[in-house]
Design a protein around this ligand. Structure first.
Ligand code: HEC
Length: 140
């Protein structure tokens, strides 16, 4: 009954307005049933430092970076034992945010004294692996 009235009202509104879609009143759903999709991307997943350690070697990070916990001595990139200090100077969000950004978008912030030569392909790693690397690099 209500619906019929609404449609009638809509029809007359349309007549008066003479144009436009605003005049038409259509019955609308009263609510949504079922589950709504939850956002699947949390900003930073929780990583596993042990898995990150393996990735640090298998992804070739050791070739360019010195990092004590990985036993690496690369010098093309910054010494990651000083990462917390560098992150503070960079002032690009929290330490984990800065590290994640440095891995996925190396050019976003260039550590002073270094070239923008870090591969950009790490941005294609699964989020979980990024999180693992971040956990490994921020564990201390
Ligand atoms: C070809 C050499 C190279 C490889 C391989 C490489 N990096 Fe880098 N990385 C660099 C250079 C050079 C910089 C400094 C320029 C910059 O800030 O982007 C850097 C910067 C960083 C920074 C930011 C440090 C700072 O103080 O700004 C992090 C974190 C980092 N790399 C982590 C990694 C991780 C993790 C991997 C492996 C998944 C990796 N890098 C692989 C060369 C490399």
């Amino acid at each position: 009954m209500r619906v019929a009235v609404a449609v009638l009202a809509g029809a007359s509104a349309l007549l008066v307005a003479g144009c436009g879609s605003q005049g038409i009143v259509l019955p609308t759903a009263n609510g949504v049933s079922g589950t709504l999709a939850q956002p699947t991307t949390t900003p930073l997943a929780k990583g596993d430092p042990a898995a990150g350690k393996k990735l640090f070697t298998s992804e070739g990070c050791t070739g360019c970076h010195t990092y004590g916990p990985a036993g690496s001595h690369g010098t093309i990139g910054p010494d990651l034992d000083k990462l917390a200090q560098y992150a503070k100077q960079a002032n690009q969000g929290t330490l984990p945010q800065f590290v994640a950004q440095s891995i996925t978008t190396p050019g976003a912030y260039i550590q002073s004294g270094y070239q923008n030569v870090m591969p950009t392909t790490y941005g294609n790693l699964p989020a979980k692996q990024i999180a693992d690397l971040v956990a490994f690099l921020t564990q201390k």
